[in-house]
Design a protein around this ligand. Structure first.
Ligand SMILES: NC(=O)c1ccc[n+]([C@@H]2O[C@H](COP(=O)([O-])OP(=O)(O)OC[C@H]3O[C@@H](n4cnc5c(N)ncnc54)[C@H](O)[C@@H]3O)[C@@H](O)[C@H]2O)c1
Length: 262
């Protein structure tokens, strides 16, 4: 059998034959998670609102990876995504609710449409994913859900009011679902990344007069003096998805280069 795409000799194969749906997998952190899961042997549904990016990631990974277009803020779209996993694989083992967006504004400057869009994609999208995946995981005897929170759930980040609220909501919802479903063999956890080197951060720094200085400031606020790599978040996601994390339930795994340790 050929080596899975992206597999390195040192990587374990903890996810052999696991069926995993990953949202926002067309870019950044989600793409790194799709690569790592595939490298560890998982069958991956690369789900993204940008179908072209989803297809390009699925193509790069090769079979059995599949691309799927989803808007996580729409319940019928999320239901169809989970339905696709059932059609293709007759079940599901892992859901990664990673898709997210942000806007830059403090509380009074946040317009209601921006507020709703950030909450709809980040928090309600995570809720829809869990709502539709949990019955399926339960029917299959258990599984793992990994939600993408942020350090913005733990400390205040300037000019990110809606984003902080959404990511704090994800952390609270993760804990609520974890206690509700641990007895059914479903482990729900979240990851709280610091600043991760993705297209998102590139877009933010491009908006500054001096993008290099903006990036340097982001690097400096993390005690290890650099941005976190998407692969470092993917390594945490793979651990949480694996049986090695069997007793990790309702946790917020902080991967932030020490940012919240200050
Ligand atoms: N980059 C960071 O510093 C950082 C830090 C903490 C948390 N996060 C979180 O990690 C996740 C991924 O961030 P990233 O930096 O990789 O972002 P990114 O913008 O580079 O990639 C996000 C992906 O999500 C997709 N997406 C956006 N809206 C969607 C929707 N409604 N439905 C489906 N897909 C959608 C985009 O098309 C894109 O492919 C987000 O939830 C983000 O909040 C990022």
């Amino acid at each position: 059998m050929p080596e899975p795409a992206g597999a390195e000799d040192w990587m374990p194969r903890r996810l052999a034959a696991r069926r995993a749906v990953i949202t926002g997998a067309g870019a950044g952190i989600g793409r790194a998670i799709a690569r790592r899961f595939a490298a560890e042997g998982a069958r991956v549904l690369v789900a993204d609102i940008d179908s072209g990016e989803a297809e390009s990631v699925a193509r790069e990974l090769g079979p059995p990876a599949l691309a799927h277009a989803v808007d996580v803020s729409r319940e019928e779209s999320v239901a169809a995504m989970i339905g696709r996993a059932v059609d293709e694989w007759q079940g599901l083992d892992v859901l990664v609710n990673n898709a997210g967006i942000g806007i830059a504004a403090n509380t009074p400057d946040t317009g209601i449409e921006d507020w709703r869009r950030v909450l709809d994609v980040c928090l309600t999208g995570t809720f829809f994913g869990m709502k539709h995946a949990i019955p399926l995981l339960r029917a299959g005897g258990g599984g793992a859900i990994i939600n993408m929170s942020s350090v913005a759930a733990i400390v205040g980040v300037a000019d990110r009011a809606a984003y902080c609220a959404a990511k704090g909501g994800i952390l609270a919802l993760t804990r609520a679902a974890a206690v509700d479903h641990a007895g059914e063999g479903i482990r729900v956890n979240c990851i709280a990344p610091g600043t991760v080197d993705t297209p998102w951060i590139e877009r933010i720094t491009r908006g500054y007069d001096d993008p290099a200085a903006a990036r340097a400031a982001m690097e400096a606020r993390q005690p290890h003096g650099r941005l976190v790599s998407p692969e470092e978040i993917a390594a945490m996601a793979a651990y949480l998805a694996s049986d090695e994390a069997a007793s990790v339930i309702g946790a917020a795994m902080v991967v932030d280069g020490g940012m919240t340790a200050r």
